[in-house]
Design a protein around this ligand. Structure first.
Ligand code: GTP
Ligand code: MG
Length: 350
């Protein structure tokens, strides 16, 4: 069982399967110390797809559309400098499922379960919807061909989850195609307009645009594969899950350290007490207390070592994301609907 699970909401053709492929393509070889590994079964499938992406041209180089009955849990593990950080499942399904709903009950139910268990929700927006000279048409496309289905889904999710949403990451795909049509900051303003309900109080939202390569569509899709920003979405999910995990761990360790310190003080008091006696000093009691002090100290040290290891990994994830945050970078963060810097502040408690 993976540590956590992420699911993408996106219409058919929005680029969900290509995203999983691009993510593995980029990360299986490693980037800035981070690598992704997967199970043998998933690796074989993804490797076949990677070969086709490299060797073929035209539409055949991409995986074919995911059928209505397919729901695949890809299992990944993120490592930093060969130390495991977290395992996660990425759930992929045919986007047609979102429209078919109960008419395709088997996949729809599995998809709903996946969303329920997800600690970050990804909303995929097909970059092709933004490929129009007219600004109003770009907004209309996103509204009609994406938001119109996704927004009601989010509303019903909120009804079942006491109005709490996990962090939401908007992923605009095919950035290579849509970038020439867009004004600076337009992606954010379109998303804020079309998905206004998720920019409310307390809600964390991220926005990023990704591509399998800036020239991938050149000469009838024979351009080079060179994924851009593709590690940002899943790294944001990992960041939140891992941060929560470390905060819980820190609390547990603090409590345990308090208990250990109490044991140490009580044992020291008992040793002093025994040593201050003129007669009948209980040597074995002193020995037992010394043993307890040593055990408590060992426990404190090993917990601190573990927390240091996790802190180092969390710093690495945060540092990597910070490199890409803000204008001109790879993603923007919004809290309560306001643009917010992505900083190291949240991890200072650990
Ligand atoms: N130019 C460009 N095209 C892309 C990119 N990513 C995906 N595509 C195109 O978009 C098509 C659809 O991508 P998929 O990943 O299959 O879409 P999906 O969301 O999985 O669709 P369903 O399986 O039907 O739900 C691909 O066949 C490619 O032609 C990209 O980064 N750049
Ligand atoms: Mg697909």
């Amino acid at each position: 069982m993976a540590d956590t699970r992420f699911t993408a909401l996106g219409m058919s053709g929005s680029g969900k399967t290509c995203y999983v492929l691009g993510m593995y393509y980029k990360m299986c070889v490693g980037a800035n110390g981070f690598t992704l590994t997967t199970t043998n079964q998933d690796a074989s499938k993804l490797e076949d797809w990677m070969d086709r992406l490299d060797d073929e041209t035209g539409p055949d180089r991409f995986p074919s559309g995911t059928t209505l009955t397919e729901v695949t849990d890809y299992s990944f593990k993120l490592n930093y400098q060969n130390t495991g950080i977290m395992s996660f499942d990425w759930v992929d399904y045919g986007g047609g499922t979102l429209k078919a709903r109960e008419n395709n009950a088997g996949a729809y139910n599995r998809f709903n379960e996946a969303i329920d268990a997800s600690t970050a929700i990804y909303i995929f927006i097909d970059g092709e919807l933004l490929c129009d000279e007219n600004e109003q048409t770009r907004i209309k496309n996103v509204n009609r061909k994406c938001a119109r289905v996704i927004n009601p889904y989010i509303t019903s999710y909120l009804e079942g989850h006491r109005a709490m949403l996990p962090p939401i990451v908007f992923v605009v795909t095919k950035a290579d195609l849509c970038a020439p049509y867009l004004k600076p900051d337009e992606i954010d303003s379109i998303i804020k307009e079309c998905f206004s309900s998720v920019f409310g109080n307390g809600q964390l939202v991220y926005i990023t645009a990704v591509t399998l390569g800036n020239n991938i569509s050149d000469d009838n899709y024979s351009g080079d594969v060179d994924p851009i920003n593709i590690h940002i979405p899943f790294l944001i999910g990992i960041y939140h899950q891992f941060l929560n995990y470390c905060l819980l761990l820190k609390n547990e360790i603090d409590e345990e350290e308090n208990k250990s310190r109490n044991i140490i003080s009580a044992s020291e008091r008992e040793i002093n007490n025994q040593n201050s006696k003129w007669f009948f000093t209980n040597k074995s009691k002193i020995e037992e207390c010394r043993k307890q002090i040593n055990e408590a100290n060992d426990n404190i040290n090993s917990n601190r070592e573990m927390l240091n290891k996790y802190r180092r990994l969390l710093m690495a994830v945060t540092g990597e994301l910070q490199k890409y945050s803000g204008s001109g970078g790879g993603f923007n963060k919004y809290l309560n609907g306001e643009k917010n810097d992505f900083t190291f502040d949240e991890i200072s408690a650990i």
